[in-house]
Design a protein around this ligand. Structure first.
Ligand code: FE2
Ligand code: FE2
Length: 127
């Protein structure tokens, strides 16, 4: 069962992966390499959100449903990264990725996830 430390560890890993996509784009890496980084982001985002939702449910986090909806929107956007990259081209994609996707993800981790951690620290998690 995940706890706050695991969630923080997952956040760090997620940010590393998001940075890796930025690096790949900046280095103009081949399409297949960019695809691989995108696939890693999708898989890890799904895993992390599932873990976080489990811990939210077990700790009785009051904003569970709303938070889950945020996750669903973000996963859906992550699943469309490849499509977007193919559609708008490398330069525009990089711009959009930095200004929207990356920032949105970071804001979610910094602001939306914070109350979950506080709630768990105060109330614990039912095993
Ligand atoms: Fe999170
Ligand atoms: Fe979250």
């Amino acid at each position: 069962m995940a706890d706050v430390t695991d969630i923080e560890h997952e956040h760090h890993k997620l940010i590393e992966m998001l940075d890796a996509l930025n690096d790949a784009l900046r280095r103009h890496e081949p399409r297949q390499a960019v695809y691989r980084v995108i696939d890693d982001i999708i898989a890890y985002t799904e895993l992390h959100f599932a873990n976080e939702e489990q811990i939210m449910a077990k700790s009785g986090f009051p904003e569970f449903e709303l938070h889950k909806q945020h996750h669903q929107r973000m996963v859906s956007e992550a699943r469309h990264l490849r499509e977007k990259y193919d559609e708008v081209g490398e330069d525009l994609f990089q711009e959009w990725y930095n200004h929207w996707f990356y920032r949105n993800f970071l804001a979610h981790i910094q602001y939306a996830d914070k109350p979950i951690e506080d709630h768990i620290l105060q109330n614990g998690v039912k095993q």
